[in-house]
Design a protein around this ligand. Structure first.
Ligand code: HEC
Ligand code: HEC
Length: 257
């Protein structure tokens, strides 16, 4: 076939076809275009593989890098746990330590087994080298996936709640850190030594008050969003709006505010 015989119409049609094929072939972006690019440290990523986290987790934002560096096995073949993209922007290292020691204390009803192989034998609060590198790896995971977007800050309005039901929820969801009676003495509290400890809510230790909001709405917003990079997790995905309101009223009641 002689190229000089191609009419401009055919050339244009071919060009349009290529363009369309390119658009169709492109994978849907896992990361929004305005998210910062995900850094990848192969040495730290190796610890995630050595520690066996890949057996239950995926990290969608670096999945391709994990599989090219360590092979397909490293990339969440049976992800029974959540995607870890974005955890580095949510939790303080002390939270990870407490979580590895006894997941259920910081995440009520957790299915994740304790990761005692990451500690100096028998010593809570002292991660071994592998454990420290795993935490360092998690802290690099700042780019959330579509599934792990943070809850928007501010502007939450708490529906009416019931402090009685809140009391029950508190003992189940919050006691591991804030203590069964809200005295800041839950079993996980000892792990928070490089950041603020879980406050003794029942002694009125409530310092947050967002501008232009009632205290009630601020507490509700704190329970919903968590306080990123501190020990306080987000419950927006774990508890219903009604449950978060019940908890809000219970916290207000025990704090005497
Ligand atoms: C046997 C499966 C299993 C293994 C192994 C495992 N996890 Fe998990 N992990 C889970 C499950 C299930 C959850 C969901 C919440 C829960 O039940 O605790 C979870 C939750 C988490 C969370 C909280 C995620 C979030 O969005 O709040 C982090 C962080 C985490 N795991 C890190 C790790 C790391 C790091 C390792 C390796 C040292 C690891 N996990 C090993 C099953 C596992
Ligand atoms: C993993 C530990 C942990 C769990 C679980 C946890 N918290 Fe917290 N919480 C903290 C820490 C640590 C802080 C302090 C954060 C900071 O200010 O640095 C905090 C702060 C708070 C505050 C803000 C206090 C202030 O100064 O105004 C409220 C309200 C609160 N938590 C309520 C709850 C409720 C209700 C639950 C259960 C649904 C809960 N927390 C579960 C660790 C936890």
């Amino acid at each position: 076939m002689a190229f000089e015989k191609w009419s401009p119409v055919v050339v244009l049609a071919l060009a349009a076809l290529f363009l369309a094929a390119g658009l169709i072939a492109r994978e849907p972006a896992e990361v929004e275009p305005d998210d910062p690019p995900q850094e990848f440290d192969e040495q730290l990523a190796r610890s995630y593989v050595e520690a066996g986290c890949w057996q239950c987790h995926s990290v969608s934002t670096v999945e391709a890098r994990l599989s090219s560096a360590f092979g397909a096995l490293a990339t969440g073949v049976r992800p029974t746990g959540p995607d870890l993209a974005g955890v580095g922007a949510r939790y303080h290292p002390d939270w990870h330590e407490a979580h590895f020691w006894k997941p259920d204390d910081v995440y009520a009803g957790s299915q994740m087994p304790a990761q005692r192989h990451l500690f100096v034998p028998g010593t809570p609060q002292k991660l071994n080298g592998l454990g420290q590198r795993v935490v360092a790896f998690l802290l690099t995971l700042k780019t959330p996936s579509r599934l792990t977007k943070p809850w928007p800050q501010g502007g939450h309005v708490a529906p009416e709640g019931d402090a009685e039901r809140g009391a029950e929820l508190f003992r189940r969801e919050c006691a591991g850190c804030h203590g069964a009676d809200g005295l800041g003495d839950g079993p996980a509290a000892r792990f928070f030594d490089r950041t603020r400890k879980p406050p003794a809510l029942a002694r009125g230790e409530l310092i947050l008050q967002r501008e232009g909001e009632s205290r009630r709405d601020t507490i509700y917003g704190t329970i919903t969003n968590g306080l990123p990079l501190t020990g306080m997790p987000s419950f927006g995905n774990r508890l219903s709006a009604q449950e978060r309101s019940d908890l809000t009223d219970y916290v207000l009641k025990i704090s005497g505010k």
